[in-house]
Design a protein around this ligand. Structure first.
Ligand code: UN1
Length: 477
């Protein structure tokens, strides 16, 4: 059994989590320890005690640790990518791609550790020097979702450590395998002092709860559902902790009449259905201008009919299984809801059987929907996209922004005028022109607006806003 890493030791849990392959329910990926509240408290105490020492080491030393971690992840990307695809269900190419991204993230923050700087301000009072310093926050709690089992942990853990914080990391219960492998690399390749990094696998109701409530956790970063994010956020705010929340999306992709049709289909299919549509950045609403509507729908259907839904690690698979039975039920429920609301299932949405027992669902395209329908208001988190007709660009823009969410949005157009206008007037945190709404670069700020996100941006140099505290000093010599 793979154990938790707490206070510099590998510890048994209080129960065992069997990690099941969603492509093959007879395949147990491994057995992982589940911690309880008291073990989570132990990890927080260890992180609290270790953090000042870690912050005192040189930035170069911290950067070197991250660099070694990044190198090992990259060197083992095939093996780790296989593990990821086996436990989460995205295709092998996507699994390896995600591992590569995780390795690159560690390399990026290895450099960023050395680039942290402050500022000396112009003086107001003669003889008094004002300076802005950035310091670590202290203990950072990290709660991650199942859909990016290594990249999201990487883009939270790497900046936390780079800037001198200690970490208590709680991965999603569904995907302990990648998290454990990552933790093992961090601990061994990073050669971190005991307590600086802690892996605490276990349920949100116990481990997550401790991270939200324990006063020693100074900052908490969460990616997951809107509902859980909000309750975690309220706990943190009530005790004055810093919090960063990345939650749901209902991301629109506008297709204008002047779009390059082949490119638009590719952007739409990649954004909506790759990674089985299980991305908070997935395009779930295609907002299509009237004159191109029928051609676009037809071309998407043709593209989808040529795609293979099968075992994630099998050569030739384009779309892997849905992650779990309950997620599959949710996807199918939303397809039914859309049909009852008046939408028409134009393609897919079938539970299918393959050589192994798994949660297979063909990609679903629902047409003739209206933006007020539940299918266009609520996040499905599966290979399900709907089409809304727009009269013209202004109508499309209005529909795109008419959502409680605001993570990512996209437009396919060859018009500079509409592209520029959309970049300015979209109410999403990330706006894509002729590229999919999902799939982002690790050196750019990541995050949304409205109900999608709360707090500072993740990734790139902007990550320092969350992982450092600002101190202003005034000195009279
Ligand atoms: C991506 O689309 O490349 O949970 C990243 C998610 C996001 C990450 C998406 N936080 O889907």
């Amino acid at each position: 059994m793979n154990k938790n890493y707490i206070a510099g030791e590998w510890l048994d849990g209080v129960s065992i989590n069997r990690n099941i392959n969603p492509s093959n329910l007879d395949d147990v990926v491994g057995e992982y320890a589940r911690a309880d509240t008291s073990q989570a408290e132990l990890a927080v105490d260890a992180a609290f005690d270790a953090q000042p020492g870690w912050a005192c080491l040189s930035a170069e030393r911290r950067g070197d640790a991250l660099d070694r971690i990044g190198s090992e992840i990259l060197a083992r990307k095939e093996e780790l990518g296989f593990l990821l695809s086996r436990e989460e269900g995205k295709t092998l190419a996507e699994g390896i791609g995600e591992v590569t991204r995780a390795g690159r993230v560690f390399k990026f923050f290895a450099g960023e550790a050395l680039r942290l700087s402050g500022e000396r301000l112009a003086n107001i009072r003669p003889g008094v020097e004002a300076e802005v310093r950035r310091e670590p926050e202290g203990v950072v709690g990290i709660i991650t979702p199942w859909n990016f089992p290594i990249a999201i942990p990487a883009w939270k853990i790497a900046p936390a450590l780079a800037y001198g914080n200690s970490v208590v990391f709680k991965p999603a219960d569904l995907v302990p395998g990648s998290a454990w492998a990552l933790a093992e690399i961090i601990v061994r390749a990073g050669q971190l002092p005991a307590g600086v990094f802690n892996l605490v696998m276990g349920p949100g109701s116990q481990v997550g709860n401790v991270l939200a409530k324990n006063p020693k956790v100074k900052a908490l970063t969460f990616t997951g559902s809107t509902q859980t994010g909000r309750s975690v956020g309220m706990e943190c705010m009530s005790r004055g902790a810093k919090v960063q929340l990345e939650m749901g999306g209902k991301n629109p992709l506008i297709i204008l009449n002047d779009a390059d049709l082949d490119l638009a289909v590719e952007v739409a299919v990649q954004g909506a259905f790759y990674s089985t549509g299980q991305r908070c950045t997935a395009s779930s609403r295609f907002i299509v201008e009237s004159a191109i509507h029928d051609r676009f729908v037809q071309a998407v259907i043709e593209r989808l009919s040529g795609m293979t839904v099968d075992d994630a690690v099998k050569a030739g698979t384009d779309i892997g299984p849905v992650v779990s039975a309950s997620q599959l039920d949710q996807d199918c429920d939303y397809i039914d809801i859309a049909k009852r609301e008046g939408g028409k299932l134009a393609f897919g949405g079938d539970r299918v059987e393959r050589a192994t027992r798994g949660y297979y669902l063909t990609p679903a395209l629902i047409v003739d929907t209206e933006n007020h329908m539940r299918i266009n208001r609520e996040e499905v988190f599966g290979p399900v996209a709907s089409v809304v007709r727009a009269r013209d660009y202004e109508d499309a823009l209005r529909l795109a922004n008419d959502t409680e969410f605001g993570l990512s949005s996209g437009i396919c157009t060859t018009s500079l005028k509409y592209a520029s206008d959309f970049k300015a007037r979209s109410t999403a945190g990330m706006v894509m022109v002729n590229v999919p709404t999902a799939g982002v670069d690790y050196n750019a700020p990541f995050g949304g607006r409205k109900a999608s996100s709360y707090g500072a941006r993740e990734q790139g140099p902007f990550a320092r806003e969350f992982y450092t505290a600002i101190k202003t000093t005034y000195t009279q010599a």
